[in-house]
Design a protein around this ligand. Sequence first.
Ligand SMILES: [Zn+2]
Length: 112
Amino acid sequence: MEKRTHILHKAQVNNNCPECYSAEGLEFIFSQEEVQNKLYSKANKEVIEILHCHTCDQDIYPVKWTEDIEQVYDYHRKLAKPKNSAIKLKPLAYLIILTDALIITAIIYYLW
Ligand SMILES: [Zn+2]
């Protein structure tokens, strides 16, 4: 299994950082993990939401958020559209299914 992280939406915001009070370092990052192997890929349902401050270089946890930050968060969360978390088959999986179908068809044909 291979894990990939897709960035869904990123936004620099000009709110003050609750830790260092800089208004230039905050960035929201919305991402989603996807696992995949040779046969299929599947995105995780959960969207990972991070507010990171580049000025003091730390993640700002929601308990520290001010009302202003929460408003900005609500806005940006809507822009982060999660990928469908259903299993997506890869061409190899279709090939195996198709091959199986052909073999079954051939067996039925010869038995008749
Ligand atoms: Zn900071």
